[in-house]
Design a protein around this ligand. Structure first.
Ligand SMILES: Cc1cc2nc3c(=O)[nH]c(=O)nc-3n(C[C@H](O)[C@H](O)[C@H](O)COP(=O)(O)OP(=O)(O)OC[C@H]3O[C@@H](n4cnc5c(N)ncnc54)[C@H](O)[C@@H]3O)c2cc1C
Length: 481
């Protein structure tokens, strides 16, 4: 009898039990569910080092959550197709459900998987949940896809009321009996020697419960004033939800529902709520752009920028990666990234602009570093953002607008609290010199125990020269169209 057969729920970057359409479908007709996570040696989108740390803890949290419900998160290594065939042979399962992924490589892998399972007589079904809208649900009036954010988001908002309510954890969840499972620590997801992730633990709680705690904390005590505060890195007025969203521990429609409730209770005003929702819109747009432009992580969105003469400057790249450029706001950001696995959005823009414009190092090099070091590393958001900063996206800031790291520091870190936190060797400098210590008089440097070139580097490039060199390089391109 087919209904007595178990169903497999294949988890990937959807590590939650609530608002999980695939899990809800897997439980239909009273079937018992095998919760499976596969450590595939050739995943469609390999994770960077920081995200592997997150994955370890998210899987561990999820295993505990499932165990509390009397079930088991089955961990297996091997090619996904092979592992699925083994589990099917062991259990007689005849259905596999999973959450849809949208990156070009994941779409190809999942299409292939579906074909292979169907050929074995196994029902394979994918389900939505990662975004408010799937990339094919939003189109221009003429049926083409959007290339710029504002009309895209307007079109999304026009159909926001059609987003269905978030699903609860299925009440009829029946979990399959025990199966052989591997030990998570054996997967080696955590760094050991050196343990560069030592600073992550106190800051983050991977897992569904951690995601909801973060969301609740943000909406009840941080969201008020978000629209303005979100630009000031020292204020911590942002949600820090991105790694949870990336691992699928909370869904955008759960966030939307919580946002509406917080608006109703007055915890967040309309302006702040609109701005916060629009940031989720940027996430939607990045996934949409990537889906419709699969070359986004590799090739300039506007081909006219492709011939830009990038510099091969390994020493400058190392200085940028290590937070040793001599520009305190850049160095603060790069050190925050290394020590915490995240970086404030405003500072991401400043450091990315510095790499691509001041140092003229290829945006793809920065993208790779971010992918390895960010806990929220996301193929779509990372590529879309780097292309935006480098100026080659359709809706990017004009290429001649080059972030000035000195004035950006003065404007967005006026008290210097952010720079002082991450570049402590400058902490005794008066506020007005913090963004550009080389402009401080000798007495001020001396008084603050700063020795340029010894305790803190000289700037690796001169801002004005670097700016004009970047503009010259852009000037050599045909940018008319
Ligand atoms: C060069 C560069 C690279 C980036 N790489 C990534 C990345 O790999 N992964 C990633 O999630 N974000 C990336 N971002 C976008 C943004 O910096 C982060 O999403 C944001 O800082 C996360 O912090 P938060 O959750 O506190 O954001 P909040 O301000 O609280 O925003 C709420 C949510 O909206 C989404 N969001 C906010 N801003 C953006 C944005 N500009 N683009 C896309 N989504 C956004 C995130 O999911 C975020 O969690 C990048 C930005 C830049 C400039």
């Amino acid at each position: 009898m087919s209904t007595s057969r178990p169903t497999i729920l294949l988890f990937r970057n959807d590590l939650r039990l609530s608002d999980h359409a695939a899990l809800t479908a897997a439980c239909a007709a009273g079937r018992s569910v095998i919760c499976l996570y596969v450590n595939d040696p050739h995943p469609a989108d390999p994770m960077g080092g920081a995200q592997r740390w997150w994955l370890h803890h998210a899987l561990s949290a999820m295993a505990a959550q499932i165990a509390q419900l009397g079930g088991q998160l089955v961990l297996r290594s091997g090619p996904t197709q092979t592992v699925l065939s083994q589990v099917i042979a062991e259990t007689g399962a005849d259905e596999v459900h999973w959450s849809r992924r949208y990156t070009p490589k994941a779409v190809a892998a999942d299409t292939d998987l579906k074909t292979q399972l169907k050929a074995q007589g196994i029902r394979a079904e994918s389900h939505a949940g990662r975004y408010l809208f799937e990339p094919w649900q939003v189109a221009t009036k003429s049926g083409t896809h959007f290339r710029v954010f504002t009309p895209f988001w307007r079109a999304c908002l026009a159909q926001l009321d059609q987003v269905s309510p978030a699903l609860p954890i299925p009440a009829d969840l029946k979990l399959y009996r025990q199966l052989p499972s591997e030990d998570l620590p054996d997967w080696g997801l955590l760094p050991t020697r050196p343990n560069w992730a030592a600073g992550f633990g106190p800051l983050w709680t991977p897992g569904e419960a951690g995601a909801f705690a973060r969301l609740g904390h943000f909406l009840s005590s941080r969201a008020h004033g978000y629209a303005e505060g979100r630009d000031f890195p020292a204020e911590a007025r942002v949600s820090y939800l991105s790694p949870h969203l990336q691992m699928g521990e909370v869904t955008p429609r759960q966030i939307l529902a919580s946002l509406r409730r917080a608006e109703a209770t007055g915890d967040i005003g309309e302006r702040d709520a609109t701005k916060f929702l629009a940031e989720l819109g940027w996430r939607e747009f990045a996934a949409y752009l990537l889906y419709h432009t699969p070359s986004l992580p590799d090739v300039e969105f506007q081909p006219k920028f492709a011939p830009f003469p990038w510099r091969d400057a390994p020493d400058d790249l190392i200085a940028w990666q290590h937070g040793q450029t001599g520009y305190p706001i850049v160095d603060a950001g790069m050190r925050e990234l290394w020590q915490t696995g995240t970086m404030h959005n405003r500072v991401r823009m400043i450091v990315a602009s510095f790499l691509t414009k001041h140092l003229r190092i290829d945006w793809r090099t920065g993208l790779v570093w971010f992918h390895d070091t960010l806990l929220d590393a996301d193929v779509a958001s990372n590529a879309a953002s780097w292309q935006w900063v480098a100026g080659c996206r359709a809706d990017a800031a004009p290429y001649f607008r080059i972030f000035n790291p000195i004035t950006q520091a003065a404007k967005f870190d006026p008290s210097g609290a952010y720079i002082r936190q991450w570049v402590p060797e400058l902490s005794a400098l008066p506020d007005r010199y913090l963004g550009a210590p080389w402009q401080a008089p000798e007495a001020a440097l001396h008084g603050a125990c700063v020795r340029l070139g010894a305790s803190y580097p000289h700037p690796i490039v001169d801002h004005a020269n670097a700016r004009s060199a970047a503009l010259d390089a852009f000037g050599g391109l045909s940018l008319k169209s």
